[in-house]
Design a protein around this ligand. Sequence first.
Ligand SMILES: Cc1ncc(COP(=O)(O)O)c(C=O)c1O
Length: 350
Amino acid sequence: MKIVDLRSDTVTRPGAAMRAAMAAAEVGDDVFGDDPSVQRLEARVAALLGKEASIFVPSGTMANQLALKLQTRPGDTVLCHARCHVLWHEAGAAPVLSGVQLQGTDSDDGTLDLAILRGRLRSAEDGANPPTPLVMLENTHNHCGGRVVPQAHVRAVAAAAAAAGAALHLDGARLWNAHVQSGLSLAELAAPATTVSVCLSKGLGAPVGSLLCMPRPLWLAARRLRRMLGGSMRQAGMLAAAGLHALDHHVERLAEDHHRAKVLAAALAAVPCVAISPPETNIVRFGLLAGHPLAADGPTGLQARALAAGVALTGTGGTFRAVLHLDVDDDSLAHACDLLTDLIATNDQR
Ligand SMILES: Cc1ncc(COP(=O)(O)O)c(C=O)c1O
């Protein structure tokens, strides 16, 4: 049985054209600084984001952790959203690798409460409280349903941080989606932040790779830290070539994923026991009203039942996530819409 895999936009498999680009890549030893494809990718992504330099790393997690290590010292506090990827899904790396505490404030749209933020920002001269040299934002915000963080807010956070001597790191794993949805250029979206991470392996459909963009003076230290963390790669040009191909062919098409997310959300919204708000990008989050039999976790819940019938989702506690991506076409979407709405409606015993 063919599974329509909506667990994440990370599940895409490189198609024939991307594989051909990878096979044809010019390569060298990137630890010696010899890989022309990696150099092309780093220069291109830095330029796209309006930053002086970028470094190619195996994962978004490593890009975020490099940003933390570059801009903090052990004992510092980093201010962030309470449900950001760095806090929830990076295996506890920030306190272990950088010795920092993460302090989050929650919201449904990925924004930080500016009054709370200003109250928590502390300088290095504060002898008792931990300094806060770094603030983080995530755009689009995964746990907030792929929301595009309003650019005026990103600028306001950066300004509040700068007024207290702190920098802004932007986790832009899905900044491409924010770009396509908002119509703002990648450079405009990145401008308020000192460092920005972007992923090639999510909506862009490359198999591996992320970049951390930064001011030139941080770059040598970033290369050393990447080596320390085991992230330096040799003939990585084959992976960089996939990223270059994705930049050529897979950015503007993200609008198709955003459209399909709206189609799925509209189908789900028509089922009475579904709580959902319209998605902005490619992530659909929805809940089943309390008491719905499929709201349970485990083998009787929607996730297990949908998988058994051919649609893979993620979710716990009655809230589910479906992500649209390169490998979901209109037929797969129609199948997922029919299957999910049917399962939910026929099991509604209220
Ligand atoms: C917002 C965000 N940041 C960072 C990452 C980390 O990327 P990776 O899985 O490549 O480490 C993810 C992964 O899904 C993500 O959603």
